[in-house]
Design a protein around this ligand. Sequence first.
Ligand code: NAD
Length: 334
Amino acid sequence: MKVLVTGGAGFIGSRYTRLLLGDRLPGHTGDRVTVLDKLTYAGHRDNLPLAHPRLRFVHGDVCDARLLRDLLPGHDAVLHFAAESHVDRSVRSGAAFVHTNVLGTQTVLEAARAAKVARVVHVSTDEVYGSIDTGRWTEEWPLAPNSPYAASKAGADLIARSYWRTHGLDVCVTRCSNNYGPRQHPEKLIPLFVTNLLEGLPVPLYGDGRNVREWLHVDDHCRALQLVLDSGVAGEVYNVGGGDGTTNRDLTMRLLELVGAEASMIRQVADRKGHDRRYAMDDRKIRRDLGYAPQVPLGRGLAETVAWYRDRPDWWKPLKHRPPATTRKEAGHD
Ligand code: NAD
């Protein structure tokens, strides 16, 4: 199989690419991968095994229709990860989110249609559902996104649906909970807190710290994506959950313990505007229909992730200590 991975130089896309090229996704030994990535502040060539004989890297924009039209023929599938992904940035300025996440998705889908690509997986997020006080979201839950990031992803999900319904494009949408693991940009909560603590700096906890997120190891997300690519039903949405529902405060306490820091390192900061209180997914559909089951318990996954950041200051320090316009050190969640 030959797969186009958009956004493959970012956190999840690069992990997916590495797993695929490492023959660690069952039934896909020998698959070839093309990564298309614009290399924004969030994308890095060195996230990828560039010398791998089955990898081709293309530096480009998913909004570039001509590029996609030339690139896509010959590919069997598209895994569409490319996006602006940081909620705090979308609160400060939403334009790039609408451009890349909505127009970029439409451009990818249109090119996939023209090239008769057999299957597209659009990688979305649970944040499209908004916030839920009790219970769990099923895939039928109404979309009620609260941040410009989540709204742009919801828009993209609906565009994907329209390409299936109108054009018969074989596209599935996945909605996953919060991911963590190696190579996540240090603006996001877990790497921000871990790297701050490793540098002896305090950690900025939004509001009362009671916001609940389901943390899923990136490898479990990648395995779910492969199941959807292989066996998902066109036009369907699949929630990908199974992470542990944890308050930000409890998560912070676990990170403090893993790094060996005191609770006095927590600094409560003003809450994010429109901050979603609780995310909780009902993922019975992907478990029942596709046999998905997460494999990495939070305790082990967090310990391994903290160890990775401890070992790889060469990876995160240059990103974290860029000028403030590209990475804020003082706050960052999701
Ligand atoms: P990321 O920010 O780490 O990576 C995004 C990648 O997309 C980067 O390599 C960036 O250079 C690239 N990119 C951005 N704009 C582009 C453009 N116009 N053209 C081509 N490439 C472009 O993001 P991530 O955390 O790896 O998330 C990947 C996808 O998974 C996103 O669609 C996100 O919405 C979704 N998702 C993320 C999470 C999470 O917790 N991180 C959870 C659920 C879903």
